[in-house]
Design a protein around this ligand. Sequence first.
Ligand code: ADP
Ligand code: ASP
Ligand code: MG
Length: 415
Amino acid sequence: MSAELDGLTVQKYGGSSLASAERIRAAARRVARTASSGRPLVVVVSAMGDTTDELIGLAYKVATRPDDREMDLLLSTGETVSATLMAMALHDLQQPAVSLTGAQAGIRSTRAFLRARITDIHPERIATELRHAKVVIVTGFQGVTDEQDITTLGRGGSDTTAVALACALGAERCDIYTDVEGIYTADPRVVPQARKLAEIGYEEMLELAQLGARVMHPRAVELAELYGMPIHVASSFSEAPGTLIHRDGDLHMPMEIRKAVRGIAHDTDVARVTLVRVPDQPGVAAAIFEPLAEAGISVDTIAQSSGADGTTDLSFTIPSDSLERAISLTKSVSPQIGAASIDTADDLAKVSIVGTGMQSAPGYAARMFRTLARAGININIISTSDIRITCVVPRTRVEDAVRELHAAFELDRED
Ligand code: ADP
Ligand code: ASP
Ligand code: MG
């Protein structure tokens, strides 16, 4: 990027920070203050409040299965409303500004409607507007295909727009303004004692995001890690210092004495499919999971329990909204693989403990299971990686599980 864009900042404002005209005006005042330093500024906005949910609801009122292309064009309107209103509010403050849609901003994407991925960014228009000393407001969540169809990047995708623009424009860092003061040891709405982290590495943040901490879109963290882009997460309602997400090597924490468990994530959107008594032989898992993969259903935890009679029960979890399709796909392969029956559940959730320190220290799994047992919380499925342990539990108990684990691992205390 040219020298004129030196010191460029990207700020992103989430839906709750823009939920009303008054909040848009408040966010605009913050933007104008940053812009008054004279540094180039790009602002990414989400749709106002619950607009995206409302638009989806509306679509399902007019059609039983809304068309994906039409859905994306519909959903993109939410972000367009915010961006234009933000530009108008800035004009009212005498701050030159212009709003751009994702397409106008040069954000190209794949054709995977509802979950499109950014392929590349052509930021020439943004750069031109910045050189004219305008604050550039870009709609989050949107992309455009080579055929000029509008796409969206998946729920929560405005974070990814912000980080992608920060990387493409060579910004120093990406500021994410939201309705909490930063990244906490657990969802602060569930655990009042949760502690705000001053900083966290990409690896732990990515894991937390993938496991349900919706404060950051996982793909935004992935991109930031790839480009080494620091992200600062802070409240749009206060001046309190937020959380810096950056390279593990840049963390200021003492190297070996910090807590092994850094945070707890939970996700209430979990359904399970179990194929009962399938023959225990090669090829069965492939026959089940290939059609799911082709349908774009992301399978999460998988568990297999072998019986003595040469059969096994094979369970997997998926997001609730994929359950219907997963059932019909599983039913279609079930005669071929010889399953006795299919059992499903849509009342589950998962809770995960996350921390890079767990990889070299034993005993965390046992402590997690003991804590849940003491609270009378039944574990359905367990899955682990180097830096996390996940338990699938009844949805009605997941918030208790988060609170119990937060206390058991003493996350309310300083490192
Ligand atoms: P925005 O509209 O700004 O994108 P989101 O609702 O997507 O905001 O994300 C912010 C929410 O994420 C918070 O209100 C909080 O309830 C939730 N959250 C979940 N886990 C965490 C965590 N570990 N730290 C902070 N917030 C979290
Ligand atoms: N408005 C979109 C959503 O609600 C994108 C976002 O807010 O990040 O998912
Ligand atoms: Mg969000």
